[in-house]
Design a protein around this ligand. Structure first.
Ligand SMILES: [Zn+2]
Length: 83
């Protein structure tokens, strides 16, 4: 293992530094997992992203019933101001 190589934490292969993405907060300035493992890991979680967006939309829809109450309050305030 030369000075420009390190072992990937995931696949355990000894790879050149060019096979790792930079990571500013790590000791050697590189990620612990190689680009290939990072890519695989990233691909594994990517399909979940759209469903999490959907859950955010659903969460927003579920909060809608509180909004008419706010509108009612604003409407009541407006009626009070006009009256
Ligand atoms: Zn790897």
């Amino acid at each position: 293992m030369s000075e420009t190589e390190k072992k990937c934490n995931v696949c355990r292969l000894v790879l050149d530094y060019s096979c790792y993405y930079a990571h500013s907060s790590s000791a050697d300035g590189l990620r612990g997992d190689c680009k290939e493992c990072y890519r695989k890991n990233h691909a594994k979680y990517r399909p979940r992203a759209p469903s999490s967006d959907d859950s955010v939309k659903r969460a927003r829809i579920s909060t809608v019933p509180t909004i008419p109450g706010e509108h009612l309050y604003v409407w009541a305030f407006w009626v009070w101001r006009v009256a």
